[in-house]
Design a protein around this ligand. Structure first.
Ligand code: GAL
Length: 140
């Protein structure tokens, strides 16, 4: 596990925060992942895992020591060595994910206890050029 970015927000990231990352991957062999998780790391509210080898993005939650049912995208709008932008925004019902401004998936919240989702991590095969974490005003 190679940690590329980590940030904490003690008051919680959901709903209302938007994560925008720009980056690229150097190979189609290895994957990267973005996790919204609890401070201790034992509850992953949202795991976002593009898998080049499968041509799909796998989304899931790791709660009470188990992975749940995977939700997969039908499309895979990323290529190795091509820059992309991913935005993950949560409202009260869902995590909404956009890649290069196109909506790619909507993932319904499984972890309803939002207060414990305080951390975001980006791991493994991604070269980040920027990471932006902003709070949207509609949730003040
Ligand atoms: C597993 C994998 C985990 C996670 C999970 C998602 O097979 O080991 O890292 O991606 O799938 O369902």
């Amino acid at each position: 596990m190679a940690l590329k970015f980590e940030a904490s927000c003690p008051h919680g990231l959901c709903p209302g925060w938007s994560l925008i990352i720009k980056g690229e991957t150097s190979s189609t062999e290895n994957d990267f992942e973005i996790n919204f998780l609890s401070d201790s790391g034992d509850q992953i509210a949202f795991h976002f895992n593009p898998r080049f080898s499968e041509g799909s993005i796998i989304c899931n939650s790791f709660l009470s020591s188990h992975w749940g049912q995977e939700e997969r995208t039908d499309t895979f709008p990323m290529e190795a060595n091509e820059p992309f932008q991913i935005e993950i925004f949560s409202d009260r019902e869902n995590f909404q994910v956009y890649i290069d401004d196109s909506k790619i998936i909507q993932y319904r919240h499984r972890m309803k206890h939002f207060a414990i989702i305080t951390k975001v991590q980006i791991l493994n095969d991604i070269n980040l050029s920027s990471v932006e974490l902003t709070r949207r005003e509609m949730y003040d």
